[in-house]
Unconditional design. Structure first.
Length: 333
């Protein structure tokens, strides 16, 4: 009788719990949330924002809709200034890349990350040195040696934006190797990959997600990743290689490391309850199989932070970018 009573009691408690309404947040959106992307369509930030939007919609994670809006003008300044001007508006969020630092430092635009409210680091994005698959270059050292032999200004490196992440990496390669590239700026990572496939440039430092389709198709070849360790993803992308099979640039003799922020911010002046709502929402996004698949497809570094840890990381990265851009001669006068 005791066992029967315990089971019946447990069943009743479970039924009551299932019937109870879900705990409400202290604050929730009351209208459409604008998700600002301070970059063009098709690039890494745009793809991540649209992945988040799609997961939120698919799983019904918000009562209100979410719309992605690209504001790429002025190397992202258009998007940053838009969110800066929306002080205390909790219905606007922005995904940031390293132009959070590079754009104000390079242009002098009146914006600083402290004008925003840090919410959550979703991941860090990798950079890979890519060449056309029809070239003879099989390693970063092969490529550097060929560029040296050709002479200064003979090899073309394509990237997104002037005085932005891609050019910072290019300058770091030049300083370490003595090679001098012609750097050519394009509007987005998708266009950069197309230019390399067409042999209009000799190399790129595209993010994995921006070049994976061309790699899978056999048009591009990865030489190394600009991280301290190999990417952990071992599923084959081509018949012979996975992301894990790409060596670090340091292991190939090119001692350059650079990871890019993929993080979410809100306008300044929002409340702690409003920030907590989005922290919780993004936590739910990260727990879905869809998100895990997206991270693997794009070979992201899965580091995630929120709260004071995230804020402290951003402050350190700003200081690092000031140093990097000063060394490259990219600071606005």
């Amino acid at each position: 009788m005791r066992a029967a009573y315990s089971c019946a009691t447990a069943f009743a408690m479970m039924a009551g719990a299932l019937a109870a309404p879900l705990a409400a947040h202290a604050w929730e959106p009351t209208k459409t949330v604008e998700f600002i992307v301070p970059a063009g369509t098709g690039g890494g930030a745009d793809q991540m924002a649209r992945a988040i939007q799609g997961i939120v919609a698919k799983h019904g994670l918000t009562k209100q809709s979410m719309v992605v809006i690209n504001k790429a003008g002025g190397a992202g300044a258009e998007g940053f200034l838009d969110v800066k001007s929306a002080k205390a508006d909790p219905h606007k969020i922005i995904i940031t890349l390293s132009n959070l630092f590079t754009t104000p430092l390079a242009t002098g635009v009146p914006f600083n990350w402290r004008d925003l409210t840090p919410v959550k680091m979703m991941a860090l994005d990798q950079f890979v040195l890519w060449v056309n698959a029809e070239t003879p270059h099989r390693s970063a050292q092969d490529y550097v040696d060929a560029a040296k032999k050709a002479g200064p200004g003979k090899f073309k490196m394509a990237g997104t934006g002037s005085r932005q992440e891609d050019q910072i990496i290019t300058v770091a390669i030049e300083k370490q190797t003595g090679v001098k590239f012609i750097y050519i700026s394009y509007r987005g990572g998708g266009e950069v990959a197309v230019q390399l496939v067409g042999k209009h440039v000799d190399s790129t430092v595209n993010n994995p997600i921006e070049a994976v389709a061309q790699w899978r198709a056999g048009s591009l070849r990865p030489l190394c990743v600009f991280d301290a360790k190999r990417m952990p993803y071992k599923a084959k992308i081509t018949k012979t290689m996975s992301w894990y099979d790409i060596p670090t640039c340091k292991d190939t003799g090119l001692d350059v490391e650079y990871l890019m922020l993929r993080g979410i911010f809100m306008p300044g002046g929002v409340t702690a309850e409003q920030v907590e709502y989005y922290v919780d929402l993004l936590k739910k996004v990260r727990e879905t199989p869809d998100w895990k698949s997206f991270l693997e497809t794009g070979a992201f570094n899965q580091t995630t932070l929120s709260g004071k840890e995230y804020e402290a990381w951003v402050a350190r990265e700003e200081a690092r970018h000031i140093m990097l851009m000063k060394q490259a001669g990219f600071l606005a006068k």
